[in-house]
Design a protein around this ligand. Structure first.
Ligand code: SF4
Length: 470
């Protein structure tokens, strides 16, 4: 599935026309928002936790160079191979070289947005290596030839019926939409693959600088199989994933499941700190950590926007976002979607490619309110919008409109005429008919212009005080 943020308007239009998608996303986000809030209300120190993790991450991000060095030396001491990848191409090549060196033909993967970011699956396939997703949601979207539409729930845009139909068509099984049966079908196929895979590829939720280990959180146990059955384990992680030590980990383990899946605790927390096969007779023979930059150090240079690197990919901001709730994840055109996605797209891909992204927000602030890391997304969106405008990447029609507004705002008589005129035009239309605005009113109503206009109403309400106020 090839997507581009430049095509976002086309995708949004398509999503808004897709009743199935809208129903599935609406149902899933509504239930996530409610169940998360029920749990948050049971944790009296929730706000304290948010402040605590924010300050931990701030300290790490502001001293990332030294934490990375500490992590690298500790991991190497544990016998883990550490690789640095400046960009996606370098990361893909490191994995391919490892695969070739070890005659790898079959790879099992656990859900990792970082490997989606570097487009690993199509690359491995082009090189004759089968890469199979083992997280159930990710397995479903892979079978569909799609990418995840949510940071945590990859197949959020699909209904049970869609999945039943997909399994029937692609796996040749009898049609069913019964979740336990669908689960059994997927499990039976995945189990064989775990046993025959030569390499397991995962992401990492947290990289622990002091111990040189990583923590990966899950509910399905597919990650546990991915890191323990194949002879080689490769973990691909962004350089921002660091936390100082195991002492800080519990704060994040408390926040993440509540925000991500409305659980008090995740079912499994895997800590990978060594290649254990020789020592314990099980687990991988080799462990490789790939530390990916791919634009992160550029983000780090901006003292304000670097806060977007605090993200722990919980997906809570997506669920609460009124835009995401309408259009789902694919409409954003990249692997990171929703409120945090639209801050990352222009930063990772540049303002030319991401010129529409920061505008896909109502700036209602709900994302900031729920974000466990207290990332002030609306604040960052304003800065990113400003950058798009400064680089003259905004739409011509917007630039013309803003120039006209600027001219009107400097000439009060013209301004008065311009705000009086639409009200008079509206009077010529039938009573119930909204003012026509080509394009804008295709998916929403513009409302009615008031025949009196703002100034007149204001004077009426405020009397003489109003006149002196304007
Ligand atoms: S920005 Fe905050 S709420 Fe959104 S995914 Fe990241 S950590 Fe979660």
């Amino acid at each position: 599935m090839e997507l581009s943020p430049l095509e976002t308007k086309k995708y949004i239009h398509k999503a808004l026309m897709d009743d199935n998608l809208r129903a599935a996303v609406d149902k899933a986000t509504a239930s996530s928002v409610t169940s998360r809030q029920v749990l948050v209300d049971q944790i009296p120190y929730w706000e304290h936790l948010r402040h605590k993790t924010h300050s931990i991450k701030q300290k790490v991000i502001e001293n990332l160079d030294s934490y990375l060095q500490q992590f690298e030396s500790a991991a190497k001491e544990n016998g883990i191979h550490v690789h640095w990848a400046g960009d996606a191409e370098e990361a893909r090549q490191i994995i391919l070289d490892l695969a070739k060196k070890n005659n790898v033909r079959h790879v099992v993967k656990s859900k990792s947005l970082t490997t989606e970011e570097i487009r690993l699956n199509p690359f491995l396939q082009e090189n004759g290596i089968e890469a199979l997703e083992t997280d159930l949601g990710e397995y479903i979207v892979q079978l569909m030839g799609q990418i995840p539409s949510h940071l945590i729930i990859p197949a959020m845009h699909l209904s049970r019926k869609d999945v039943g139909k997909l399994f029937h068509e692609k796996l040749g099984v009898e049609y069913t939409e019964d979740p336990p049966k669908l689960l059994r079908i997927a499990r039976a196929r995945l189990r064989e693959k775990f046993l025959s895979a030569d390499m397991g590829i995962t992401g990492a939720n947290f990289a622990i600088a002091e111990s040189g280990s990583i923590a990966i959180i899950e509910n399905e146990s597919n990650i546990h199989h991915t890191i323990s059955l194949p002879k080689i384990h490769v973990a691909v992680m962004g350089i921002e994933k660091l936390i100082p030590s195991l002492t800080e980990l519990p704060y994040f383990l408390k926040l993440l499941p509540v925000s991500a899946t409305s659980q008090k605790a995740s079912t499994y927390v895997n800590i990978v700190g060594e290649a254990s096969r020789e020592k314990h007779g099980e687990g991988p023979k080799e462990v490789h950590f790939i530390l990916l930059d791919n634009g992160r150090s550029k983000i780090l240079r901006d003292p304000q926007l670097r806060e977007t690197l605090f993200c722990i990919r919980c997906g809570a901001c997506l669920n609460t976002c009124p835009i995401y709730q309408q259009i789902g994840g694919h409409a954003y055109g990249w692997v990171y979607m929703g409120p945090i996605g639209i801050t990352l797209i222009p930063q990772y891909l540049g303002e030319s490619v991401g010129k529409y992204s920061p505008f896909l927000s109502s700036l209602c602030g709900s994302c900031y309110k729920v974000c466990p890391m207290r990332i002030n997304i609306p604040h960052h969106l304003l800065k990113l919008r400003n950058k798009v405008v400064e680089k003259k990447k905004s739409l011509l029609v917007e630039r013309v409109a803003m120039n006209i507004f600027s001219m009107l705002a400097q000439h009060p008589k013209l301004y008065r005429f311009a705000t009086w005129f639409p009200g008079k035009l509206q009077m010529l239309l039938p009573k119930e008919q909204a003012f026509p605005a080509p394009g804008y009113t295709r998916e929403r109503a513009l409302g009615h212009f008031d025949s009196k206009g703002f100034r007149k109403r204001f004077y009426e309400m405020e009397g003489e005080n109003g006149k002196s106020a304007i």
